[in-house]
Design a binder for this molecule. Structure first.
Ligand SMILES: CC(C)(COP(=O)(O)OP(=O)(O)OC[C@H]1O[C@@H](n2cnc3c(N)ncnc32)[C@H](O)[C@@H]1OP(=O)(O)O)[C@@H](O)C(=O)NCCC(=O)NCCS
Length: 188
């Protein structure tokens, strides 16, 4: 089941709306589900923003999720990571991990970043394990940081530096190649 990335396109607007509102995706978001109108406004701004970049995660060539980086034009050369597998069928089968490796290659390669960071809800074990597997470290813990549906939630602050990814990458790529999650050409 090879995983690849392609750029987000204008035609993805409804697909992303549907995925954003999937219960398992919405569950881990800070915000409540947007209306279609709100989503369209957000998406137009996203596409026009040089500070942000989005990819669609493909599984066997079929869209299954989204990956974003935010903070691309700041002089600090760090960006915030966001990703989800919107297609419930594709979750828990390695697509998120494979997409993570491909996204980190983009971040530390063509985008010239030094650091990628993320905020992950403290109970989101699947996401935290996937990030740790790629070499992300926990650099902070934000208590009662998110508020949704009347409840405060703790958040883990995760990050990975360029040289940490370079050190970890061979192990990650080997595992992804062995499980057929990335094609040979992407593994080099
Ligand atoms: C977090 C998320 C992106 C991870 O992506 P994913 O594709 O589901 O994750 P993976 O499949 O790579 O890993 C999940 C589990 O599947 C297992 N797995 C990985 N490859 C596998 C394979 N080839 N076959 C079977 N299982 C596999 C992993 O070992 C992992 O198990 P573990 O958590 O018990 O260690 C995804 O689950 C998701 O979108 N969740 C909802 C939204 C979200 O939490 N987004 C991130 C925070 S905002």
């Amino acid at each position: 089941m090879p995983i690849s990335l392609r750029d987000v396109e204008a035609d993805d607007v409804e697909r992303l709306f549907q995925w954003r509102n999937e219960p398992e995706v919405d569950r881990w978001m800070y915000s409540v589900p947007p209306t279609l109108e709100e989503h369209r406004a957000w998406f137009s701004a996203f596409l026009a923003d040089p500070d942000r970049k989005g990819w669609i995660i493909l599984r066997n060539g079929e869209p299954c999720g989204s990956l974003t980086l935010e903070g691309l034009i700041a002089p600090q050369r760090r960006a915030k990571w966001g990703w989800y597998i919107g297609d419930a069928e594709a979750r828990g089968r390695g697509a998120g991990r494979a997409a993570q490796a491909l996204g980190l290659d983009q971040a530390f390669g063509p985008f010239g970043l030094q650091k990628v960071w993320s905020e992950i809800r403290a109970e989101n074990e699947t996401a935290l394990k996937a990030q740790a597997w790629a070499g992300f470290r926990r650099e902070g813990y934000l208590r009662r940081h998110a508020f949704k549906h009347g409840q405060f939630r703790d958040v883990a602050l995760m990050s990975i530096l360029k040289e940490e990814w370079q050190a970890r990458r061979p192990v990650v790529v080997k595992e992804l190649l062995a499980s057929g999650l990335v094609a040979q050409a992407q593994g080099h």
